[in-house]
Design a protein around this ligand. Structure first.
Ligand code: AIR
Length: 348
């Protein structure tokens, strides 16, 4: 019986699945969220509802736990940094600060000689005008975006005139690659520079939200090897502890590009719950709590579909599942358009 208590900042579905994995390892979890309806309160041992800048509550959390992690990169850096003075926060807060900022993140990746899309920093609408060469592209806020939030596709120069966005934020403009497909690689790095890497996962998106993931990805041997190598390089350079996901583009000439890094467990890795001996969630818990590292074993091919918005409803009412199907309802109170409400994994 372990007597570790883990604090988790953020209370969405990722927090739920982390809590469930921790429970299996006899680790207690305290979820801290600024959403009073946070679904992870259904899975944790204790729930603290407070804003992320509530100093008193943050101290209360620190007092109660042995180690702290987070499930959402939009947790303010100052909160993580304050907490890290009191108890160990893993992955370390500086990782989050780097990756929270798209420009810093991309500069970091390029310094490792790893290819990204072409990008420029945009502070004002007029910065866009000479950048026809970067179109079609996507304008993205440098901070605080996820699931397509804060992202604006721009097809051609005429569209710039009609852009109705707030330049109080900073942006980057990324040139689109001639996309063949998207994959992700999930890696868990342990304290001693050891790794467990999952095989590349092939992903499809709808309206900039992940819709479908599958293993094996239909990719060349070159891409299979390179994507895993780059994910390991990135996690090593960050001295990362925990589970991390690298999202990649593959272009029509079979070139690989890093799209972005998620410093956390990732939606594309939900199929690892059923397709591997150890899921991305369990590996994250093992790494941040310094538990034993167990070699990964793939048990099955798999595919996962996200249930977005109303798509959860028929599954809630009358789920007819086959033996090889696993339904996860995130138990979110309010169904909203574009909101991830659950997922269904099918083993193949
Ligand atoms: N999440 C974190 N980064 C990207 C995503 N999708 C997960 C986290 C977070 C939840 O989505 O688990 O807490 C927020 O979901 P929602 O539906 O409340 O916006």
């Amino acid at each position: 019986m372990s007597n570790i208590t883990l604090g988790i900042l953020g209370g969405g579905q990722l927090g739920s699945m982390l809590s469930a994995a921790a429970k299996k390892l006899n680790i207690k979890t305290i979820i801290y969220s600024d959403d009073k309806d946070a679904p992870a309160q259904n899975f944790c041992d204790e729930f603290l509802f407070a804003s992320y800048d509530d100093k008193e509550k943050i101290y209360e959390l620190a007092k109660k736990v042995d180690v702290i992690t987070y499930e959402f990169e939009n947790i303010p850096f100052e909160t993580l940094n304050e907490l890290n003075k009191l108890k160990t926060v893993l992955p370390k807060p500086s990782v989050n600060r780097l990756i929270q900022h798209r420009l810093a993140e991309k500069d970091f990746i390029n310094k490792l000689n790893i290819r990204t899309t072409r990008y420029v920093h945009i502070e004002d609408k007029k910065d866009l005008l000479p950048l026809e060469d970067f179109l079609p592209g996507i304008l993205k806020t440098t901070t605080m975006g996820y699931d397509g939030k804060g992202q604006y596709p721009i097809k051609n120069i005429d569209e710039i005139e009609n852009l109705n966005i707030d330049f109080k934020n900073e942006y980057i403009l990324e040139k689109l690659v001639k996309l063949k497909k998207e994959i992700s690689v999930i890696v868990t790095r342990f304290n001693n520079s050891k790794y467990e890497v999952y095989e590349p996962i092939e992903n499809t998106h709808e309206n900039q939200i992940l819709k479908h993931s599958k293993i094996p990805a239909e990719i060349s041997d070159k891409i299979f090897k390179q994507s895993k190598e780059w994910a390991i390089m990135i996690s090593e350079e960050l001295k990362y502890v925990g589970t991390l996901c690298v999202e990649f583009f593959i272009d029509r000439n079979d070139n690989l590009y890093v799209n972005e890094i998620a410093p956390r467990v990732h939606n594309s890795g939900h199929l690892t719950l059923n397709a591997y001996n150890i899921s991305q969630f369990e590996n994250h818990i093992r790494a941040v709590c310094s538990l034993e590292q167990i070699p990964l074993k793939k048990l099955s091919n798999a595919e996962m579909i996200n249930l977005i918005g109303n798509q959860i409803v028929p599954y809630r009412n009358n789920p007819k599942l086959d033996d090889n199907q696993f339904l996860f309802d995130y138990l979110k109170k309010n169904i909203k358009e574009k909101r991830k409400m659950g997922h269904l994994t099918t083993l193949k």
